[in-house]
Design a protein around this ligand. Structure first.
Ligand SMILES: [Zn+2]
Length: 392
């Protein structure tokens, strides 16, 4: 096989059919693509990386974040610890609209500068692809500014960014919900074509109704954009079933998902993106229906949900530990959740698995066995990151 770089003397988790372990393995790349991932073979003309028995996984994928925002909400966190209610915080000008105010006031460059330290933390955990949503602008110009800032992160770091328009995140103060959905469908979605890879909405009692989410889906599909949904986080609104009927890439959160929703998701192949970090921060007690999702064959992905309100979390490996500890997911499920299944949640068939034809995005780990990636909390055993065949 002719190639330009190889990683050899490695143990592989290919993530084909489970972990897909190869004990004496090699990954060979040409022009940024994997040309071989499996047992050692003879290769020509390559730059050789001796991995000294380290493990290689596909570069990790964080498929649900709100990484771009201005300011933070540490002050509100402290107010809640001191006994303030959400209503108190709202009266003090807090909550999501405080992030909206700061994000509107920030320039695109300021948003990039504030997002970079959070991105760097994710990269130290072996992340090579990150999904980033808009949703703190809530005007045409500010939503597009957020999407441009998210995309621009690719020029600052070696990483893939997948963007999602989440204009239907909250009702901005200058609109009522229905007039804002008109704005989202008639102006913001058409303007986001080419900048957003997908369209999302927040379907919840404190967000938008299923009927409003459906209008967003119809507008997105009319513009050729795939959809996804924040669904069933705090109550069951049958949002996941609605999303599945629109062939959503993923439905996300899902603590209150019921059997009818699971059935629709299985039928459409919609991925369940689970967010144990928000569950932890919000001290939720209602678990997503993991066993029923598993039994129905719904693919489960895992993400940080990094956001200033409910998940100020910048470690994807910490999320793996939370998924295992809080949600009782297996090591294999956790690792599939940030590789092969996360790729499906983003509609990206070119990443997430080590096999010929996919992008050569790798994470090389100083670990003795796969479970260590789920076991450690607050310690990244990352040795090297590779994006498009280029070692960082
Ligand atoms: Zn979210």
């Amino acid at each position: 096989v002719r190639c330009d770089a190889v990683w050899t003397n490695a143990r592989l988790m290919t993530m084909r059919e489970g972990l897909g372990v190869v004990e004496d393995g090699m990954v060979a790349a040409r022009d940024g693509y994997i040309v071989h991932a499996g047992p050692r073979i003879d290769v020509d003309g390559a730059e050789i990386h001796d991995c000294q028995r380290r493990w290689i996984t596909p570069g990790l994928i964080d498929p649900h974040t709100h990484l771009v925002f201005a300011g933070n909400r540490a002050h509100e966190f402290q107010m809640r610890l001191d006994g303030a209610s959400y209503a108190d915080i709202g009266r003090a000008g807090g909550g999501i609209l405080s992030t909206v105010r700061l994000t509107r006031a920030a320039s695109e460059d300021e948003l990039i500068a504030q997002a970079l330290p959070r991105l760097d933390a994710l990269l130290r955990d072996g992340v090579t692809t990150v999904e980033i949503k808009s949703g703190y602008g809530l005007t045409l110009d500010d939503e597009l500014k957020m999407l441009r800032a998210a995309k621009a992160l690719e020029h600052h770091r070696l990483v893939r960014v997948v963007t999602t328009l989440l204009a239907a995140h909250a009702v901005p103060p200058e609109h009522d919900a229905d007039s804002y959905i008109d704005e989202v469908c008639d102006r913001i979605i058409p303007a986001a074509v080419g900048l957003a890879d997908a369209v999302d909405a927040f379907c919840e009692g404190i967000g938008f109704t299923p009927a409003q989410a459906e209008r967003v889906f119809q507008a997105a599909q009319a513009h050729g954009l795939p959809v996804k949904l924040h669904a069933e986080q705090l109550s069951n609104r049958n949002g996941a079933a609605l999303a599945a009927r629109y062939n959503a890439l993923s439905a996300d959160h899902l603590e209150y998902l019921d059997n009818a929703g699971i059935h629709e998701m299985a039928r459409s192949g919609t991925v369940a993106t689970l967010l144990p970090g928000a569950f932890y921060v919000m001290r939720e007690t209602r678990l997503p229906p993991i066993a029923a999702l598993r039994a129905a064959g719904v693919s489960m992905a895992l993400a940080t949900d990094c956001n200033p309100g409910t998940a100020p979390i910048t470690s994807l490996l910490a999320i793996l530990n939370m998924a295992a500890t809080l949600f009782r997911m297996t090591v294999e499920e956790c690792l599939l959740g940030v590789t092969a299944h996360a790729a499906r949640a983003l509609g990206r068939s070119g990443i997430g698995v080590l096999e010929a034809g996919r992008r050569c995005d790798l994470a090389v780990w100083d670990i003795g066995e796969p479970a260590e990636l789920v076991y450690w909390l607050g310690n990244s055993p990352l040795h090297a990151r590779v994006v498009n065949g280029k070692a960082v």
